[in-house]
Design a protein around this ligand. Structure first.
Ligand SMILES: [Fe+2]
Length: 195
């Protein structure tokens, strides 16, 4: 993958998510996942330019189906398939090498279900492990929590706030159970104490 291909991917995704402000799957989430992944790549010594380009691409692409969401439960259980259906032709159109497309769609396929099911990827490649951990760390980020609280307030669901706050605090305290990389545990705590 070249720098210009990566630039085109990030520009496309940014355009797709620009209108998504009232969702926990918004551009801020993608930016934080990439920040997390970039940090984890340095901690695990996956810092050559090709590694970082693939990692940045997959961080921005992994939730693409949320740019055009369908009703919640269907979205939840079909997000990976829908995302790869959108991602594959996009990458082909940009003439990204087939081997990179295989790596990217593989990581997207295996990235969900760490929270709450603890379906981790201890034997997968660096791209899959870092994407999953970077995404899981952001699950309990204070800014993402704020979006969930705002959304429920707007939908007359404030009675859920104690449950959401408890879930977030519990997740932060037990984040090590939901991560592949031991290096990610201490880093996650720095994110939770920031805001
Ligand atoms: Fe995500």
């Amino acid at each position: 993958m070249t720098d210009s291909q990566l630039h085109a991917i990030v520009s496309y995704v940014t355009q797709q998510f620009t209108a998504q402000t009232n969702s926990s799957h918004n551009l801020d989430h993608l930016n934080r996942v990439w920040q997390n992944a970039h940090h984890l790549a340095h901690l695990t010594h996956h810092t050559d330019p090709q590694c970082l380009r693939l990692l940045k691409a997959v961080c921005y692409l992994h939730d693409l189906s949320y740019a055009t969401p369908i009703p919640l439960l269907f979205q939840y259980f079909t997000e990976v398939r829908r995302t790869n259906i959108l991602v594959t032709p996009l990458l082909r159109q940009l003439q990204v090498p087939s081997s990179d497309i295989v790596q990217i769609t593989h990581a997207i396929t295996h990235h969900p279900w760490s929270i709450p099911f603890r379906r981790l990827n201890p034997h997968q490649d660096y791209l899959t492990q870092i994407l999953q951990d970077a995404d899981s760390i952001d699950y309990f980020h204070p800014l993402r929590l704020r979006v969930a609280l705002q959304w429920t307030a707007q939908h007359y669901l404030t009675f859920m706030h104690p449950l959401i706050n408890w879930f977030a605090k519990s997740g932060q305290d037990h984040i090590r159970l939901f991560l592949n990389l031991p290096q990610a545990v201490a880093y996650a705590q720095t994110q939770y104490s920031k805001n």
